[in-house]
Design a protein around this ligand. Structure first.
Ligand SMILES: [Fe+2]
Ligand SMILES: [Fe+2]
Length: 163
């Protein structure tokens, strides 16, 4: 997740802990779904309640991994594009290849689906980033116009004072 070449042991541990809490969240939601289908509403409820807490645990780790003051919306889109691109260009193609070798056709189909979806996600994030970049550029132009206007007004005042 971190792009630092040699992350500290604590950063590596935070990333593992983040992965663990995230997995617990999804796993408990899945368990809740199955428990509800089996008629065990009390079991479903405790899994759902605990899954909500795992989100907060994962957010706590993210606060340290991606400090708020460094994470602009554009930066978060870049991180997401990088992650999704890794999934569809490296991770899933490699997994698919190994699943073919093992003759696990269900996994091959699953990985194919994920390759397509990760690519869609990366493309959507990229389009959003491009639109946001245009918006930032337009805002910068407006600010530049304002700055020029103020500079002209200031020069006029200075000229008037000099006369
Ligand atoms: Fe937890
Ligand atoms: Fe995705």
């Amino acid at each position: 997740m971190s792009t630092t070449p040699n992350p500290s042991v604590t950063i590596t541990n935070l990333e593992s802990a983040f992965a663990g809490e995230s997995m617990a969240h999804i796993k408990y939601r899945y368990f809740a779904k199955l428990a509800r289908a089996a008629g065990a509403e009390d079991v479903a409820k405790i899994f759902e309640a605990t899954a909500e807490q795992e989100i907060m645990h994962a957010f706590g780790h993210l606060d340290l991994l991606y400090p708020k003051h460094l994470l602009t919306p554009a930066k978060s889109l870049e991180i997401a594009i990088e992650g999704e691109t890794y999934e569809y260009t490296e991770m899933y193609p490699k997994f698919r290849h190994l699943a073919v070798k093992e003759g696990n056709s269900a996994a091959v189909a699953e990985f194919d689906e994920q390759i397509a979806e990760s690519k869609e996600h990366a493309d959507a994030f990229r389009r959003t980033l491009e639109m946001a970049a245009k918006r930032f550029a337009a805002l910068a132009k407006v600010e530049e116009r304002h700055a020029n206007h103020y500079r002209a007004a200031l020069a006029a005042v200075q000229d008037a004072v000099r006369v």
